[in-house]
Design a binder for this molecule. Sequence first.
Ligand code: ADP
Length: 460
Amino acid sequence: HATKKTMADHLRKYESLFTLTPQRMRMIVEAFKETLELGLAKPEQTVPMIPTFVFGWPSGQETGDILAVDLGGTNLRVCLVTLQGEGKFEITQTKYRLTEEQKQEDGQKLFDFCAECLKTFVDTNLSDETNGLSLKPGEKLPLGFTFSYPCTQERIDHGELIRWTKGFGASNTEGQDVAAMFRKSLAKYDLPIELTAIINDTTGTLIASHYVNPRTKIAVIFGTGCNAAYMERVQAIPKIKNLGIDDDAEMGINCEWGAFDSLEHEHLPRTKYDMTVDETSNKPGEQAFEKLISGRYLGEILRLVICELIDEGVLFLGQNTYKLEAPYVFDTAFLSLMESDPTDELLMIIGIFSHFFAVETTLAERQFFRALAKLIGRRAARLSACGIAAIVSKMGYLEEGCSVGADGSLYNKYPGFADRVHEGLVDVFGEKGRNIVTHHAEDGSGVGSAIIAAMTKLRK
Ligand code: ADP
């Protein structure tokens, strides 16, 4: 009769499912490059390569007081940014929690909530007593709105939502100009504020990183979602030729690369767990690349593997596992905690499973969970490296090298994530891959939004 498989035996199966060889990575990079080109050439492609109407890099000399609102996946953030020039800035900010209902109910209500928070912020932070930032009658503070969902733009202060991502689904918003909706909400609260720019967090991160570190050429967000932006020559964007913009100008491109391979499903190594994540998501068939990488999904992928092993009778026999069986209960933050557990006994992992899921674990099981987290986290980092490599290769940045501004909880908090991205770049490019270095971009979505609003004011 067959001998019982050990946890180490099980692990081998998952190792082969979740490991990406350098050769496979290079194939992904090639396909990715073609996809980027296609998105620049024609409208309405899977990876839309959205022109941002942010023209060129900031000089570093932009100055002034600017408000920024950042509607991220999890929080709503309101910031007052004081740009001091010479790559320096100060920022005051408050975070407001978004409820699941707010993400799903009427869109106008969502923007009303944003305006309400902005009012609270302005009342608390901009009254005469706090910092003397009083406005003359009729004067308005510029506002940069960081709205990190794919929008088509015709100019910087307009943005039509293509589709919600990252679990949002507010009605009456897709296909609408979110700038107009937000202005309507701002008017309801009678705020002395002028919405100057709508930007994506990746574009903001790109511009803010460059303001501080001019070697920056690319920005990537690793948060609830995953996306990238870079600066492209206008002559290399055939789909906007008709706008008559100077060929020598440069424009930021919001790649919306999370959608890579969503239609074809032929380039990315998707496991059956990835397919389940996709099928049970609120947007099946979309954001194929993002679903293998971003914070919203990594925990869920790991949970699905655990559930499979529960079903097969390998894990937690005789224990009540209902708490583990609900979708999305296993936060990606748990993967970070499991990977960074410093104890031989893996006490942190004992804690996670007993405290949050009411199950007891053996040491062999805990070692397995940790190894599994490592496989899933490593795959995410290496796939991101493929996307970065595609932009680097397309733009010819390898020889000279460049900096990649990165932000988001996954990048900032997942132990070893950046190192794994760098390793991946070396696997794709060889030793030269070391010329490409990621760095944490300090608060790109708030500061970048403000810098862009300031750049826009200067252009007018
Ligand atoms: P957002 O993208 O919503 O603006 P974040 O960058 O904070 O915000 O990303 C939130 C995502 O990061 C969530 O999906 C969450 O599961 C994940 N996350 C939060 N903390 C951690 C952590 N310590 N390690 C890894 N992922 C984390």
